[in-house]
Ligand binder design. Structure first.
Ligand SMILES: NC(=O)c1ccc[n+]([C@@H]2O[C@H](COP(=O)([O-])OP(=O)(O)OC[C@H]3O[C@@H](n4cnc5c(N)ncnc54)[C@H](O)[C@@H]3O)[C@@H](O)[C@H]2O)c1
Ligand SMILES: O=C(O)C1=N[C@H](C(=O)O)CCC1
Length: 285
């Protein structure tokens, strides 16, 4: 009997979808990727690779699953790495079929975030802008550094630099925005924090209550974030960088496995979860 978790990948022909298909099909011996069978490789009906074997598209031997816009019936869990405009129908399918869902797509609108919160009343969702262990650990470190420097003499200026490949469609990265959200909370200021995206012209002096964001697009960079904590006389730079996309793919597979490990032997209860929950780093865990 085959006891593996039946996985569908949404955005399967994309850069990330291919790596999820590859790792889940055993391309490399990655612990988080063991125990899955890819049963669905969903992509846009007009994708040029539509109809081709998803394993071959991902650079492997055939896995007998075509890239297709049609969802198969036997799916148990879904991983989405697609586009904001493609996400809504994926969420609708998962809600209608009661399927646990991992969402990695970034650049979502406020309306979409509200729809996700609504969907999480019906199904369990892990939603995170970065599935990487190193990034999520760095977020915790950034919170800690921000709190520790809150009252430092002379103040601290916090700026977020992110670098990604030239093909990336959204800026700044979802990860940079999440770093900024967590840092703003940890700044714990009376005044609201201003999120400043780039600077140009006669900007005047930098204010205390701002976080700067700078998005760099270069070559094939799979993702790098540097958080600069600049003080008078010294600075800290927290740098976290991917060498390739497998940190995200294996993190998404770990999240899918975690969703399937509820207390009663079935999936986790409906709710909105993130990678801190998956990695055991949430407050109080
Ligand atoms: N959370 C993370 O850890 C993480 C890591 C990497 C990338 N991402 C995000 O994942 C997303 C995908 O990144 P990518 O580099 O793989 O992009 P990509 O453009 O290579 O892949 C997106 C895929 O979605 C497909 N798609 C488009 N419309 C569709 C539809 N209607 N139904 C199904 N599929 C459809 C595209 O054809 C494409 O194959 C981006 O938003 C990116 O920011 C998140
Ligand atoms: O390649 C991308 O696109 C990535 N996007 C995520 C983001 O926007 O934070 C994470 C890293 C890779």
């Amino acid at each position: 009997m085959n006891n593996t978790i039946k996985l569908a990948v949404h955005g399967a022909a994309g850069r990330m979808g291919q790596r999820v298909v590859a790792l889940a099909s055993g391309a490399d011996s990655v612990d988080d990727a063991s125990g899955f069978t890819v049963v669905g490789a969903i992509d846009h009906a007009e994708h040029p690779k539509s109809g081709q074997d998803a394993g071959v598209v991902a650079g492997l031997s055939p896995i007998e699953v075509p890239i297709s816009a049609q969802w198969p019936d036997d799916v148990q869990v879904v991983i989405d790495f697609s586009l904001p405009e493609a996400l809504d129908s994926c969420v609708e399918h998962c809600v209608a079929n009661n399927l646990p869902l991992v969402i990695a797509t970034t650049g979502l609108s406020d309306g979409q975030k509200e729809s996700l919160a609504e969907a999480a009343r019906t199904i369990p969702i892990v939603w995170a802008p970065s599935m990487s262990l190193a990034v999520n650990l760095s977020m915790k470190m950034a919170e800690r550094i921000t709190s520790a420097l809150r009252d430092v003499a002379g103040g601290v200026d916090i700026e977020i630099l992110e670098r990604h490949h030239r093909f990336k469609a959204d800026a700044p990265s979802g990860t940079a925005l999440k770093f900024g959200e967590l840092i703003a909370d940890a700044m714990d200021t009376e005044q609201p924090v201003a999120h400043v995206h780039g600077r140009e012209g006669h900007t005047g002096q930098r204010t205390r209550n701002e976080i700067g964001y700078h998005a760099i697009r270069v070559g094939d960079n799979p993702g790098e974030h540097t958080i600069v904590f600049g003080m008078l006389g010294e600075k800290i730079e927290l740098n976290v960088a991917a060498s390739n996309r497998d940190c995200y793919a294996s993190g998404a597979l770990a999240a899918a496995k975690w969703l399937m490990q509820g207390e009663a032997g079935g999936p986790k209860p409906a709710g909105m979860y993130n990678m801190f929950d998956v990695l055991g780093m949430a407050d109080g865990q």
